[in-house]
Ligand binder design. Structure first.
Ligand code: IMP
Ligand code: MG
Length: 369
């Protein structure tokens, strides 16, 4: 992911894909022109990288020139096209191929045709690397199109957002949902996860998604997914990851305005972590951190035994059960710790001390994300 000015962009088209697309355009065009020496006219600024790569691949003699037009302000195309540098040579009788980086509304193309109106060229053809069919409002024919793309703002490979991003060798797409804080919260039983999740939720305006609660809610309310999950549980089988992911997806969808999510109780396996990444990716977002509250075993055992005295929870009363739960926790989370560590997203936070102190340690991690 990259940030330009105030906006975030995600990888969209790789260098390899660009290269293959430019090559394909070259092949199509040389095949049509054969031995005629064409004049390629690049539209500056956006097309400089495309034109450069294109003519390097062009296998036959050709001429290259540029005109410079400006229409875009920030993220929007305007009707008002400025002709900054016009044609500087006589092109009458020539075969001209316009090389555009991107055709969006088509306003620029109107100006291009106006420029060529009285030039008496033999033929004027339009080639564009990118084309946004949903945005195009004109009916000039586009003779060669590299890639049709959705009507979303892109940068890189010559294209900019307010001056930035042109130098990037690949293309990135604007993230429609802007920066969120999505956390995976871990902690052994007794680490104070619930308490801390409540503080984080308030402070950062996050939605706490506890997988256990989501399951209970869906089963209690007999939702389609709840019934599906229950059918597996009744057979004594594990609920397939996809069912859980679908339930989480529904929770995420319910909270479209959220500043982020705290996932609690999920993921538990590598496959689930990947599925969660995929879900976040579909939402134009990502998991920013796995935060694990770290508490020494002996402290945990002490805390849970203490809790057992008042809560009446049987699993909190027996020391060997408690120790077993703690061991299980470390066995299960070790894999996830590795998963997130390899992406530099693992943060261990000391969970021993006063509640407020621990909250502050968590805030310090999140504020840096
Ligand atoms: P049109 O005049 O609306 O067809 O837009 C053409 C010009 O707008 C291009 O040559 C670019 O300079 C700019 N443009 C259109 N869409 C994008 C985009 O997604 N990213 C960056 N620039 C764009
Ligand atoms: Mg342009």
């Amino acid at each position: 992911m990259i940030k330009l000015h105030n906006l975030y962009f995600k990888p969209f088209i790789s260098e390899q894909e660009l290269d293959a697309t430019v090559q394909r355009l070259v092949d199509e065009i040389v095949n049509d022109l054969q031995d005629v020496v064409p004049v390629f006219v690049g539209i500056l600024n956006g097309s400089f990288m495309f034109v450069s790569d294109f003519v390097k691949k062009y296998p036959k003699p050709c001429e290259v020139t540029f005109i410079k037009l400006a229409s875009y302000e920030g993220l929007k195309s305007t009707e008002d096209i400025h002709r900054l540098i016009g044609l500087t040579q006589d092109l009458s009788g020539r075969k001209v191929v316009i090389l555009e980086d991107i055709i969006d509304s088509g306003n620029t193309l109107v100006e291009v045709h106006r420029i060529f109106e009285n030039e008496n060229v033999d033929e004027l053809k339009i080639a564009t690397l990118f084309y946004k069919p949903e945005a195009y409002k004109k009916d000039y024919k586009l003779h060669y199109v590299g890639m049709e793309i959705p009507n979303k703002f892109i940068v890189g490979y010559g294209l900019d957002y307010d001056g930035l991003g042109r130098h990037l060798p690949a293309v990135y797409q604007l993230k429609t949902r802007q920066h969120m804080t999505n956390l995976v919260l871990f902690g052994p039983p007794g680490a104070g996860k619930g308490t801390q999740a409540n503080f984080l939720k308030e402070k950062y305006n996050l939605v706490h998604i506890s997988t256990g609660d989501v399951f209970r809610f869906n089963i209690k309310n007999k939702t389609a997914l709840g019934m599906l999950a229950k059918s597996f549980m009744d057979k004594g089988e594990l609920v397939p990851d996809q069912v859980t992911i679908d339930m989480l997806n529904a929770e995420v969808e319910k909270n479209t305005g959220a500043k982020g999510f705290i996932f609690d109780g999920f993921p538990r396996t590598n496959a689930q972590a990947e599925a969660l990444d995929e879900l976040m990716n579909q939402k134009d977002s990502e998991i920013n951190a796995m935060i694990a509250l770290e508490v020494d075993d002996e402290v945990l055992v002490g805390r849970l035994l203490e809790r057992g005295k008042t809560s009446g929870r049987k699993d909190d009363a027996d020391e060997s059960i408690i120790r077993n739960r703690i061991t299980e926790y470390y066995k299960k989370t070790a894999i996830l710790k590795e998963y997130y560590e390899s992406q530099d997203k693992y943060f261990g936070v000391d969970g021993v001390g006063g509640i407020e102190d621990i909250t502050e340690r968590l805030n310090a991690v999140i504020d840096k994300l």
